[in-house]
Design a protein around this ligand. Structure first.
Ligand code: PLP
Length: 439
């Protein structure tokens, strides 16, 4: 096997050494013909499965017809069509769509737009508030905006300056406990203090409505309302990062819709085109568009492949499918099926401290013992993930000190009920074997 490929987030010679050669629905096949059920839908992006004929056909048609145009000087009819759809399905204040090649790049653009907006308003505020434990990508700007373990950033600095953290509304609990009213009040008060202190220097606040890589941690509604209201009152831009949560992942087309709020900027990627080609987007509200217009300013953000027609064609085919109603029904069925199978097989296990499921984002938090509520070690989480792979099931993990030590399942929406049972069976067996516990 060749050894020259360096996989992301791996040691130079790391990785599991698995070569995948074929995909079918929610399954992958490696070079030895071994079949895997994919409980992670690629990297949460292949929401409609690996061989969606409609999307594949749209891509092939577009490659033949027109594979590229210079995005600065030219555009295609399909980019206008997709932009109109995105404006329509986000909210009525969204008036412009900027395309990127990834979620990280969408966040970079959102950071730049936030600062430019403030500069054009004559305020020149530079600070951006982000959630503790959030993940927004790994480019310089998006890495600076992210709040993963400091060790991960070590030596790559200097990072982009000006980010402050908002307290994570979560505490590691014993089984079944959630934040009570008193804890929520305390968190809201802490949030308010930080916001008030930084009011005159903040240009935007970026949130993931459900922390994804952070371990499926939803922000409670009052927390989101407070941020939204604060932004509105102080002309600070409210940026909702829907890269992970968008396109029905949480059971709603976008997660922000559940809260009846209207973010000024929405960043999207992953499910936008079933993950078949690199594509992200920044959805921008009218007041930002108008300010650029009034000031006679261009938006200085470009990558040669922004709005590539093939990527856009894959998005158009995906969005048409997503809006058909059929996908929503399938996702709803799957959400319920996972709930049922998990509650039958996992929630009562002694070493499962909590299962957090938001739509089709699932974290199974694991402890060494419930009594001490001590999270399992990172090496054991790796061990469980490895065992799942060995047994033919792909899952992920989220480990952050004192917050989460969880197995992650983010399935595609087209998985069968049998696949759900298979995933949970394998996860359960792997947990038991790794932790040497009895049922
Ligand atoms: C919430 C969120 N924002 C941004 C990103 C970065 O997206 P990408 O990996 O496409 O650069 C991710 C990736 O997982 C994400 O989950």
């Amino acid at each position: 096997m060749s050894n020259s490929y360096w996989q992301p987030l791996n040691m130079a010679n790391g990785g599991l050494g698995i070569e995948i050669t074929r995909g079918e629905q929610a399954h992958l096949y490696d070079s030895n013909g071994k079949k895997y059920v994919d409980g992670y839908s690629g990297l949460w992006n292949v929401t409609l499965g690996y061989n969606d004929e409609d999307i594949i056909e749209a891509i092939v048609r577009q490659v033949k017809q027109l594979p590229y145009v210079n995005p600065i000087t030219l555009k295609t009819p399909i980019v206008s069509e997709v932009s109109d759809i995105l404006c329509k399905i986000t909210h009525d204040n969204i008036s412009k769509i900027v395309y990127t090649c990834s979620g990280s790049e969408a966040i970079e653009a959102a950071i730049k737009i936030s600062r430019k907006y403030s500069a054009m308003k004559g305020k020149n505020r530079k600070k951006i508030a982000v959630m503790e434990n959030s993940y927004h990508g790994s480019y310089y700007g998006s890495m600076s905006a992210s709040n993963y373990e400091e060790a991960e950033k070590e030596g790559y600095g200097p990072m982009l300056e000006g980010f402050i953290s908002l307290p994570l509304p979560f505490s590691r609990k014993k089984k079944g406990n959630v934040l009570d009213d008193k804890e929520k009040q305390y968190l809201l008060q802490q949030l308010e203090e930080i916001l008030e202190t930084n009011k005159d220097t903040l240009c935007s606040i970026i949130i993931e409505p459900v922390l994804a890589s952070g371990g499926v941690i939803p922000l409670f509604p009052e927390y989101i309302y407070k941020i939204s209201e604060f932004c509105k009152t102080n002309d600070i831009l409210f940026v909702c990062d829907e890269v992970a949560t968008g396109f029905w992942r949480t059971g709603s087309i976008f997660c922000f819709k559940k809260y009846n709020i209207k973010p000024d900027i929405i960043t999207i990627s992953k499910g936008i085109n079933n993950g078949y080609l690199p594509l992200g987007a920044v959805c921008i509200c009218q007041k930002i568009e108008k300010l650029f217009e009034q000031n006679g300013k261009i938006l200085f953000h470009l990558s040669t492949q922004n709005a590539n027609p093939i990527c856009i064609a894959s998005a158009l085919a995906t969005l048409k499918k997503m809006n058909s109603g059929d996908i929503q029904a399938k996702a709803e069925n799957l959400i319920k099926e996972f709930q049922d199978v998990i509650s039958e097989n996992l929630v009562n296990l002694n070493f499962v401290s909590e299962v957090r499921q938001v739509g089709l984002m699932i974290a199974i938090d694991l402890v060494q013992s419930l009594e001490g509520n001590v999270p399992i070690e990172e090496k054991n989480l790796y061990g469980i993930v490895r065992k799942c792979f060995d047994k033919g099931c792909i899952v992920g993990m989220a480990y952050s000190t004192n917050i989460s030590s969880a197995i992650l399942i983010f399935p595609s929406y087209i998985m069968s009920n049998n696949d759900v049972k298979e995933v949970i069976k394998i996860v359960k067996e792997s947990i038991m074997e790794e932790l040497h516990k009895e049922d």
